[in-house]
Design a protein around this ligand. Structure first.
Ligand SMILES: [Zn+2]
Length: 151
């Protein structure tokens, strides 16, 4: 069984080598859809009975691990040196430094690797992260899928 929880956050970015608009500093209302796979828990009397994972727990872990850190932050590639030094000179600015250019594809991959550590099989139902879908806009998104990420 697969379950999905969607969360949204606002972040700034730029794609330094992009041919058109995305090389400028700007922001997006990003959305992330976290898909977990596992067996349905069969534990009579448990609040988890009939679930793969409680949706509220999916959200809590995603916020702790990623969403609260990225929300209202600027996502910057470490190699974008001019922008890095600009952001470092803004006192107390919320900046997330990445080893990759912040495209939807790369952000989905980074998010998958971060989130993969937090969704653990604590109920013996083979729970694991299966897919992260990251929307840069409502019409543009990237999927990081387990079988591709773990190669
Ligand atoms: Zn953009």
């Amino acid at each position: 069984m697969r379950i999905t929880r969607r969360l949204e956050f606002d972040s700034g970015h730029r794609i330094p080598d992009h041919q058109s608009q995305c090389r400028h500093l700007h922001g997006h209302r990003y959305a992330i859809e976290i898909t977990l796979q596992g067996d349905i828990i069969l534990l009579a009397g448990s609040p988890m009975n009939g679930m793969v994972m409680d949706f509220s727990e999916v959200k809590t872990l995603a916020k702790q691990c990623l969403v609260d850190a990225w929300d209202h932050a600027f996502l910057v590639w470490r190699g974008d040196t001019g922008l890095m030094s600009f952001l470092e000179n803004l006192p107390g600015h919320k900046t997330v430094v990445l080893d990759v250019i912040p495209t939807a594809e790369n952000l989905a991959t980074v998010a998958f690797k971060l989130l993969d550590r937090v969704y653990r099989d604590t109920y013996g139902n083979h729970l694991h992260l299966e897919r992260v879908r990251l929307y840069e806009t409502p019409n543009c998104w990237a999927d990081a899928v387990r079988e591709e990420i773990r190669k």
